[in-house]
Ligand binder design. Structure first.
Ligand code: CUA
Length: 324
């Protein structure tokens, strides 16, 4: 019984929840989902008709089979029907692609996303300096945004299935995608262009918030990080500097401003670490700093297991976790 349930359940796995194209949270995804239904049910119907014709061709009475063997039947079923059906589908699909690119407002909020091996830099140029984050896309519900997509190295592609289709991120070029999330909650986006060894582990959280909540989040991103409160946090901040983390990472309000690696200003408040690879927990963060090459081999973060004493590793973890 259980075995019989597994397959249909697997097939339904793409129908709802985060990262499910058929569970539309915005108008663009709704149109894409509707097109998928047309293709699925239309294709299913044609398959059934074809199989029916096959059965008739084998088992029907002789005068039926004779009629199916005529030249005009072959032309109608083999040429006219596919040409008409495929042309109609092409026209419908082109209409859908045009509709999902249509702007919904005159002043969408700009969000710049830069794909990098293997993480995402996210900036909000309309919302002032410091309005940026990494590996998380926060969106105000009901507001149209225009994603400006590019890459810092190789070709990546962004896909938030619940909101829109895929869009490539190409070095030296800015591709635009407009979307609007109509429900609050957490979704997942994923890189969909093979970009290197850790392409699979290049995801991000999409957090759709009420406008006031979103504003508060932006204000927090822009503000300098709070001063360390405990002795461990103070030591952690010191270790961060001594270990050279600031050569790649930025932390707002400190001397560390590098853009080579993810901005860590509010890393403690993110849902996941390492571009969706790990849940954001103390143990995972410490493990990531100690041995990132065991978790995501080939990513740019060097391992600190040998460079840091156990106590220092936990201290720097404490401090980063306090950045919320
Ligand atoms: Cu980035 Cu695949």
């Amino acid at each position: 019984m259980k075995g019989r349930l597994v397959l249909p359940l697997l097939a339904l796995g793409g129908c709802s929840g985060a990262q499910a194209p058929l569970d539309a949270w915005g108008v663009q995804a709704e149109r894409i989902a509707a097109l998928s239904h047309v293709l699925f049910w239309g294709g299913g119907l044609i398959f059934l008709i074809t199989m029916g014709a096959l059965v008739l061709a084998i088992a029907a009475p002789a005068h039926w089979r004779q009629r199916m063997g005529t030249r005009s039947f072959a032309i109608a079923a083999g040429i006219v029907f596919p040409v008409v059906t495929l042309t109609a589908l092409l026209a419908h699909a082109l209409g859908v692609s045009r509709a999902i690119m249509r702007p919904m407002s005159d002043a969408p909020m700009r969000v710049e996303i830069v794909g990098r091996q293997f993480w995402w830099e996210v900036r909000y140029p309309d919302l002032g300096e410091g309005a940026l984050t990494a590996n998380a896309l926060h969106l105000p519900v009901g507001r149209e945004v225009e994603l400006h997509l590019t890459s810092g190295d190789v070709i990546h592609s962004v896909w938030i299935p619940n909101l829109h289709g895929k869009m490539d991120m190409i070095p030296g070029r800015v591709n635009r995608q407009r979307l609007r999330a109509d429900r609050t909650g957490v979704l997942r986006g994923q890189c969909t262009e093979f970009c290197g060894l850790q392409h699979t582990l290049m995801a991000f959280d999409v957090v759709v918030q009420e406008p006031a909540e979103f504003e508060a989040w932006v204000a927090r991103q822009r503000a300098p990080v709070p001063a360390p409160e405990t002795a461990a946090q103070r030591r952690g901040m010191q270790v961060f500097g001594e270990a050279g983390c600031g050569a790649c990472h930025a932390v707002r309000g400190t001397e560390w401003k590098a853009r080579i690696a993810p901005d860590l200003s509010r890393v403690g408040s993110r849902l996941t670490l390492a571009a969706g690879a790990l849940a954001n927990r103390h143990s995972n963060l410490a493990g990531w700093i100690a041995a990132p090459q065991d978790i995501k081999p080939g990513n740019a973060m060097p391992a600190y297991a040998r460079a840091l004493e156990g106590a220092d590793l936990l201290a720097v973890t404490d401090w980063l976790e306090s950045l919320r």
